[in-house]
Design a protein around this ligand. Structure first.
Ligand code: UDP
Length: 323
């Protein structure tokens, strides 16, 4: 299939682009490079540096490349920032997203794969979280992802475009040549590895008074290559549905730090600070549905394996992608 990958120069998008090519599909990347990296898209793939809100540009891209499916990764994704600057999140994740979706309808795109998030569940009633859980987000990031999910379902019913909604838990790890390089970095695992490499002095622990066994937040970490594979399976299916994407086991912030110390052999200095606004205490995903319906199974089920892949990439690329 000819697949338009928005945000294909970003962390999860770039790993998916590589896998699309390996799976016999053609990826066309559109990325405004506000957060993505040109060097994360090897030259054999088409990279169009443009914004998905640019309707005219989109029309030209759809027409020139005969796009069959769209994978939509381009979005802002920081919970904390979304609380401080919701306008930025609604503007990009909802308004620009809808412009893309309108383009898909104009050009009769068959399938739309959407990067959604466990943040749409808010504070869940049951752990592990199934797709049946109520979606009541507790931060603007989750709200924008949910707003787009709802629009996508309505568009599908009205205009016939098929969809797969993938609600990721915490993406982590690296592929051989592609890894996590956010500027500024806010994600736990790369921050810890930055400390292990001596680039940072310490890791702040956001909250030690949660109702969890060690008082720190628990998350379900899932390898970026496992997420990428789920996108291909979802695109190749011919029905619409939404799926959780997690490993089904949770690790507290302190447990992740301990696992990273084991993998790297370095002691990580920490400092307990206050809670980060918008953080639910525990998020663990039940991914039975995608295993049963699309035969997806994570290859990286252990936190050590996930951290170890990231550690390899960070050591090879201590400054991240060269610009
Ligand atoms: N976290 C932390 N210190 C940091 C960054 C993150 O304690 O410097 C915590 C954060 O509160 C959350 C978990 O680590 O409970 C994972 O956060 P991250 O930002 O990596 O992903 P998110 O859960 O926001 O998608």
């Amino acid at each position: 299939m000819n697949v338009l990958v928005t945000g294909g120069a970003g962390y999860i998008g770039s790993v998916t682009v590589e896998l699309l090519a390996k799976s016999g599909h053609k990826a066309v990347v559109i990325d405004n490079l506000s957060e993505g990296h040109k060097n994360a898209v090897p030259e054999r793939h088409t990279l169009i540096t443009a914004d998905i809100a640019d309707g005219e540009k989109l029309d030209a891209v759809f027409t020139a490349n005969k796009i069959d499916a769209v994978m939509h990764f381009a979005a802002h994704c920081y919970v904390g920032e979304s609380v401080k600057n919701p306008a930025k999140y609604y503007d990009n994740n909802v308004i620009a997203g809808l412009k893309l979706l309108n383009g898909c309808v104009r050009h009769k795109v068959e399938k739309f794969i959407f990067s959604s998030s466990c943040a749409t569940y808010g504070i869940p009633e049951k752990i592990p979280i199934t797709e049946e859980e109520k979606q009541i987000p507790v931060n603007p990031y989750g709200e924008t992802k949910l707003a787009f999910e709802k629009a996508l379902k309505r568009y599908s019913a009205a205009y016939g475009i098929k969809y797969s909604i993938l609600r990721y838990f915490n993406a982590a790890g690296a592929a051989e040549k592609l890894g996590e390089d956010h500027r500024p970095e806010t994600h736990l695992i790369p921050l810890i590895l930055g400390c292990a490499m001596g680039k940072r002095e310490k890791v702040e622990i956001f909250g030690t008074d949660y109702s969890t066994p060690d008082g720190t937040c628990i998350r379900d970490y899932i390898h970026v290559s496992d997420i990428a594979r789920a996108h291909i399976l979802a695109m190749e299916s011919d029905f619409s549905d939404c799926y959780n994407l997690g490993n089904g086991s949770g690790y507290s912030v302190k447990e992740v730090i301990k696992a990273a110390e084991k993998v790297t052999g370095k002691k990580i200095k920490t400092a307990a600070t206050g809670r980060r606004e918008g953080d639910p205490p525990i998020l663990i995903g039940d991914s039975k549905k995608i295993s049963e319906k699309l035969a997806w199974k994570p290859a990286f089920a252990s936190i050590e394996k996930i951290i170890s892949s990231a550690w390899k990439w960070h050591r090879k690329n201590p400054e991240g992608y060269k610009e």
